[in-house]
Design a binder for this molecule. Structure first.
Ligand SMILES: Nc1ncnc2c1ncn2[C@@H]1O[C@H](COP(=O)(O)OP(=O)(O)OP(=O)(O)O)[C@@H](O)[C@H]1O
Length: 302
């Protein structure tokens, strides 16, 4: 199968002026048409840098990036036309209404505003009753919805979402993912997503790439990444501190402890009882994408 990739990153290098180390080193991978792809990595790993190069907002020092075969530098207009980018930051002209903002964006791509499509976007993103509101009157979450609509207004075959759900409420997350998943499934729209919510990536993405310190340290199908989990996880709630010899991940009242096998689960429970740690809502489950992510990040030296 030699279809033109939806997105091709080829040996991309980038070092910001004055920076002690490269933001991106030799990053190469392809995303195929119709894929729902997740790009993960800790803060500073290089995700936004890679997306800025893809969107033509920044230049790689070397390497090549193409959208459906269109080079993002040499063939910028075509590459950009095939791409819908939902950026991390909220930047708008406060004097336009929502509908005007979307019409204006259509003009930017040199296409006539398609009012039916604009209405469909507004409807799917829960913005119909805000169509005539000025941008400055909208809440942060509503503005984020407009950013998504703006990225989709020219019906791009490839969409890029850079942490679209950072700081947004559950309702918007669900609305947004339902809509994006539908575009992916029904229209074959390619989706590239970066997120720190690993349960979202696990649920949505067919394939995942992980960046660490500017290098690609994992690239595989989500199911294959999850299949590599070597361990189980003990999850419970507690109000007490755990004994120092237990290596746990603690978030608020929730503790998670890795166990290699059933015998280790028993050993850990005995140790907790012995230390008189009161535990509630005990679950023994398989590791999730977050565990796999932490394992990969700890294993790779970057
Ligand atoms: N304009 C810039 N000038 C100098 N250094 C930069 C610039 N933008 C990013 N960097 C550096 O490049 C590296 C990669 O940053 P980038 O924003 O791409 O990471 P990220 O994976 O998107 O992080 P986050 O998850 O925090 O959004 C970091 O070390 C960052 O400090």
């Amino acid at each position: 199968m030699t279809a033109t990739p939806a997105i091709r990153f080829e040996r991309v290098h980038k070092t910001y002026r004055g920076a002690p180390q490269a933001a991106l080193s030799d990053v190469s991978f392809d995303i195929q048409p119709g894929e729902f792809f997740g790009l993960l990595g800790p803060n500073g790993a290089g995700k936004t840098s890679l997306i800025s190069i893809l969107a033509g907002l920044s230049r790689a020092d070397s390497g090549r990036v193409a959208v459906l075969g269109h080079d993002v530098v040499g063939d910028f207009a075509a590459a950009r036309r095939h791409l819908g980018v939902v950026p991390q930051e909220l930047v708008f002209d406060p004097f336009f209404s929502v509908r005007e903002t979307l019409r204006f964006q259509s003009g930017y791509f040199g296409v006539a505003a398609d009012e039916r499509w604009i209405d469909e976007l507004l409807d799917n993103l829960g913005l119909l009753n805000k169509a005539d509101a000025n941008m400055r009157q909208l809440s942060g979450g509503m503005k984020r919805r407009v950013l998504v609509a703006q990225a989709l207004v020219h019906r791009p075959p490839v969409i890029v979402l850079d942490e679209p759900t950072a700081g947004v409420d559950v309702e918007l997350r669900q609305t947004l993912w339902a809509f994006i998943a539908r575009l992916n499934k029904e229209q074959g729209t390619t989706v590239l997503l970066t997120t720190h919510y690993l349960e979202e990536a696990e649920a949505l993405c067919g394939r995942i790439g992980m960046l660490k310190a500017g290098r690609l340290v994992a690239l595989d199908r989500t199911a294959a990444l999850l299949a590599h989990r070597s361990h189980q996880v003990l999850r419970f709630k507690t109000d007490q501190a755990l004994p120092a010899d237990i290596d746990a991940r603690v978030t608020g009242r929730i503790a998670q402890i890795k166990a290699q096998d059933a015998a280790e689960v028993e050993r850990l429970l005995a140790r907790l009882r012995q230390a008189q740690v009161g535990i509630e809502d005990l679950e023994i489950g398989r590791a999730d994408l977050e565990d796999v992510f932490l394992e990969i990040m700890n294993a790779s030296h970057g």
